[in-house]
Design a protein around this ligand. Structure first.
Ligand SMILES: Cc1ncc(C[n+]2csc(CCOP(=O)(O)OP(=O)(O)O)c2C)c(N)n1
Ligand code: SF4
Ligand SMILES: [Mg+2]
Length: 351
């Protein structure tokens, strides 16, 4: 039996989306994270993006690893499917889930430790596969849940609350994602809800792997002077690469566009991502421009945010595998199991 979420009974005054759902239908349990934690702002943006795009909650699978960040799927989309996996192993669980049911919208939430420390091997293989999946890294540069040790995204020279200085260079998850095959790569800041929501909405309709690295300050262990992932550091060093606006395909497009300043990227379902170029002539379809922009920002000590790269042409994992249109999970045994005679023949050959 398939469980289908239905709009709950709500006070008349609450705003509804096209499916009749209100914000409350996209909320989850009350967060148990520390007050001011950036992860809670990301949760709020996920709720808003799903509400505005009228996503059917029963069609979403939330998959995470272990960490404060990986706890957050409990705080949004309370009637969706959810799986809290093992530390650093979310990509393989997600790959299995999406392969089993290609109609599901896979939403992965993970941390910088989960991704770039223990989970680096799994992350790299996910990148090669272009699985249609949204991979959100809630990046605070520390292992928040285990009391704030440096993760592999902590910047060289950044300081822990205890005074310990990081003497190892970081992995840049966006640069890795670009190099290894992700077809949508973006960085945002938990405090910039407008930008983050536009990025999330685009990732939701993108038909391939979307990696979104969201700088998300840990107010308890990494929000002091000397940290490069604190609220004050990001506010001072944030350089916005492009101003984004997402237009769903079913909306009338009635926004004034200044041709000289806007680059429009059409996504698979006809939705459009409009990227307003600021200063430099940035082309999000050029991987080399993206790597160069990241490199330049790093040299200047800036945190570059925006959509770095979009490729709508590369086949996704399902297309590469030539899979049936019908989700595997819905196929009868007769279609997914070889008949007894074939199994007997295989056994015979192995004798
Ligand atoms: C196999 C395994 N190793 C280590 C741990 C301990 N552990 C739990 S969460 C975590 C780090 C979480 O850091 P991150 O992914 O950055 O999430 P955050 O808490 O910062 O959001 C560690 C090392 C574990 N649960 N399982
Ligand atoms: S320890 Fe840090 S990451 Fe974890 S909930 Fe608290 S503020 Fe957030
Ligand atoms: Mg972390």
């Amino acid at each position: 039996m398939t469980y289908i979420a239905k709009p709950k009974f709500h006070h008349k005054g609450l705003k509804k989306n096209d499916l009749g759902f209100t914000h409350r239908d996209y909320e989850g349990k009350i967060s148990t994270l520390c007050a001011g934690c950036g992860h809670d702002s990301i949760t709020a943006s996920i709720i808003e993006a799903c509400f505005e795009l009228s996503i059917e909650p029963h069609r979403v699978a939330k998959i995470s690893g272990i960490g404060c960040s990986s706890k957050t799927p409990d705080y949004f989309l309370g009637s969706s499917h959810g799986f809290n996996s093992v530390h650093g192993r979310m990509p393989s669980v997600a790959t299995g889930a999406i392969l089993a049911n290609r109609n599901i919208l896979g939403l992965g939430v993970t941390g910088d430790g989960d991704t770039a420390s223990i989970g680096l091997g799994q992350f790299m293989h996910l990148l090669r596969r272009n699985l249609p999946f949204i991979y959100i890294i809630e990046d605070n540069g520390v292992y928040g849940l285990t009391k704030g040790q440096f993760s592999a995204t902590a910047d060289l020279g950044s300081k822990l609350k205890t005074g310990v200085i990081n003497d190892l260079p970081p992995f840049d998850c966006c640069a890795l994602a670009l190099r290894c095959g992700a077809t949508f790569v973006a960085r945002s800041f938990s405090g910039d809800k407008k930008q983050l929501q536009a990025i999330l909405k685009t990732a939701i309709v993108h038909n391939g792997l979307s990696v979104i690295d969201v700088i998300s300050p840990c107010t308890t262990f990494n929000d002091h002077e000397g940290s490069t992932k604190s609220y004050s550091y990001i506010k001072e060093h944030d350089e916005i690469l492009n101003e984004l606006d997402f237009v769903p395909y079913y909306d009338d497009i009635s926004v004034e566009i200044d041709e000289g300043e806007v680059k429009e990227v059409e996504l698979h379902d006809g939705s459009k991502l409009r990227i307003k170029k600021l200063g430099r002539d940035y082309d999000p379809s050029n991987k080399f421009d993206a790597l160069k922009a990241m490199d330049e920002a790093e040299k200047k000590g800036e945190v570059l945010t925006g959509v770095f790269y979009v490729d709508t042409k590369k086949p996704n994992f399902m297309e590469m595998l030539n899979m049936e249109d019908a989700p595997l999970a819905t196929l009868p045994d007769s279609k997914v199991r070889p008949p007894k005679e074939v199994l007997d023949q295989v056994m015979e050959e192995l004798r």
